[in-house]
Design a protein around this ligand. Sequence first.
Ligand code: ZN
Length: 273
Amino acid sequence: MSPPYIYRWAGLLTTVGLIVGVAAVVLSDVGAPTVLATSEGPAVAASAAGPRARTAEDAPVRGMPGVARPAITSSRLSVTSTTTERPTVALTFDDGPTPQYTPQVLELLAEYRAPATFCMIGNQAAVHTDLVHRVVDAGHRLCDHTMSHDATVGMHDPELMSRQLDTSHSSLATVFQPPAPVDYFRAPEGAWTPQLDEVAARTGMRPLGWSVDTLDWTQPGVAAIVASVQQSVHPGAIILFHDGGGPREQTVEAVRQLLPWLQEQGYEFTLPN
Ligand SMILES: [Zn+2]
């Protein structure tokens, strides 16, 4: 015997409600905007060096950090976004240390009690061990950026690659006794390959990507560097700056302006997870 009409209608409405609910959840996820980050190096070198670090922004919904999802990167292992309930931002500085710029960056970071990650070139770290000490003593993290900024490292055979990363990793770690941890590896010019990911992970380093590329190495002007962050920052962002590799006065000045701005926006400075 059929149930009364009222129960049939109730059942039908419940079913429709469930379908609409599930569809809304699915659509809200795929609807998150995606922005491709550009590389830190020249485009020519990029195509020669293989797959690049492509990163996608998290949903840039300020005030709703809970909706952020892990960024997509060229490398399934790359760390490109901090995962947190609070709006945080991770600052990263590549191609140092340099006596001209690293101390200035350190001073600014200290002023705002902002921890950061320094992706150092081994050959420079070997010459400026005092700066490596200053970076670590101030609570910042070390990231291996190869001995000589070799963007072709990911194309070498795994054995050579492994030796290269062992060398650069220990060039940073053994500035300290006992050796300091080197948590991350960042491929020069973002020239990642799956093998490079694997070798870095085997060496105990997490591949570190980025989600906001300031393009500061092109020296586009302080205002452009500042604007690139102001327009693209999002909860969990990892921002790419350079404290070496060329004149970086613009970077230093941009960081000087951006630290208070980010703080005013409610961001907390953090290290990548
Ligand atoms: Zn670099």
